[in-house]
Design a protein around this ligand. Sequence first.
Ligand SMILES: [Zn+2]
Ligand SMILES: [Zn+2]
Length: 97
Amino acid sequence: MPMDLSRYPKNWKAIALAVKEAASWTCRECGTDCFKPGEWCGDRSLKAQFTLTVHHADYNPENNHRDNLIPLCSRCHLKKHRGGKRNISPGQLSLFN
Ligand SMILES: [Zn+2]
Ligand SMILES: [Zn+2]
């Protein structure tokens, strides 16, 4: 399933970064300390688990109100999107929020 990136704002990366910074790079769901960009030098498969992503609480990427943006580690983020028709891998989450 292709991602519809056109629904994301142009400054999405900056928005997402601000959310992660505000959360001190910690997952809101499980409290996992995630790695900041460039901080990781170990196993790539592990890195995916400790990457902080930004989830849209209402699953609408056009709603970028702060209340709608939730910092989640990849694992928790995947859980949010599992159970539906969507089947995504951790690698895709860096783009698919
Ligand atoms: Zn988590
Ligand atoms: Zn999400």
